[in-house]
Design a protein around this ligand. Structure first.
Ligand code: NAD
Length: 275
């Protein structure tokens, strides 16, 4: 179940203490955003970028020490940050954490459903079925649980912005990664459908589709000789991405600056998915 730690203070005081220049806050200062998988990689990059913009945060991860490390400098700057341990495959964990976060923060303005895993590498014929099911459980059911809990808060509010982290693998095939590709195609389908269902209720739901980003997830893949160089060669920009570059796209979709973007899948991929 969720354990939480939060910084105190009134919202107005907190905003003043963050000292974010108006041109950099993207209208996110003082907003509260939930981020799953915030202990590492893209989720951590998103949480840090949101904190730099003056947003308050509710962070969820399997690894409490990791999110507390992300939270510490933000709490020191006067932001309100709650840390919740939980597994996105557990509806009880997710609903408990998000309900607790909404109570602590007085609502939820945005959410980034980011936690995900890559699974095994094998052709379809040999792909272990139990690993396939696990990848779908984390990457698809995890996003579903998060969206259901977030919508339970946002629908009565009549506003909110949700960003699901899909992947370039939601757009193209990737030999050897059938479970991951299937899961990310599903995230985009879920995003489009939910976007249609809640657009008229003031809730915008979008996805971001990054290509290869340097994180622990890709470090695992790059242990196989040749995979890193092949990945770079597959990105016409000549390099892989950084979590901060995904965070920029996420922050735009969370902010009112993307007010007409609904159900979109924003590709952030160094041109790697262009035919
Ligand atoms: N790194 C890439 O190249 C890349 C590209 C496209 C999409 N993505 C997607 O971005 C998301 C984040 O990837 P990353 O590269 O930052 O991964 P990562 O492995 O570096 O970090 C993932 C974080 O999520 C947490 N997590 C994992 N399973 C969880 C669960 N069941 N419940 C709660 N927390 C859990 C981990 O503890 C970790 O802190 C994933 O959905 C991934 O599919 C990554």
């Amino acid at each position: 179940m969720a354990h939480s730690a939060s910084g105190g203070g009134h919202m107005g005081e907190n905003i003043a203490m963050t000292n974010v220049a108006p041109e950099n806050d993207r209208g996110l200062a003082g907003r509260t955003v939930f981020v799953s998988g915030a202990g590492a990689g893209i989720g951590r990059g998103v949480a840090e970028a949101l904190g730099a913009a003056g947003a308050h945060l509710a962070l969820l991860d399997l690894d409490l020490a990791a999110i507390e490390a992300v939270a510490a400098p933000l709490l020191a700057r006067g932001l309100r940050v709650s840390c919740h341990t939980g597994d996105v495959t557990s509806a009880a964990d997710v609903h408990g954490a998000i309900a607790q976060a909404a109570q602590l923060h007085g609502g939820l303005d945005g959410a980034v459903n980011n936690a995900g895993i890559v699974g095994a590498s094998a052709d379809v014929m040999d792909y272990p079925a139990e690993v396939f099911a696990r990848v779908l459980d984390v990457n698809v059911m995890g996003v579903l649980h998060c969206m259901q809990a977030e919508l339970a808060v946002m629908k009565p509010q009549g506003c909110g912005a949700i960003v699901n982290i899909a992947s370039a693998a939601a757009i193209i095939g990737w030999a050897g990664q059938s479970a991951y590709v299937a899961s990310k195609h599903a995230v985009v389908g879920l995003t489009k459908t939910a976007a249609l269902e809640y657009a008229a209720q003031g809730i915008r739901i979008n996805a971001v589709c990054p290509a290869f980003i340097y994180t622990d997830l890709t470090a695992e893949l790059f242990q196989t000789p040749g995979v890193h160089d092949a990945a770079v060669a597959n990105h016409p920009i000549g390099r892989l991405g950084q979590p901060s570059e995904v965070a920029e796209a996420v922050m735009w979709l969370l902010s009112d600056r993307s007010s007409f973007a609904v159900g979109s899948s924003l590709v952030v991929d160094g041109a790697s998915t262009i035919d």
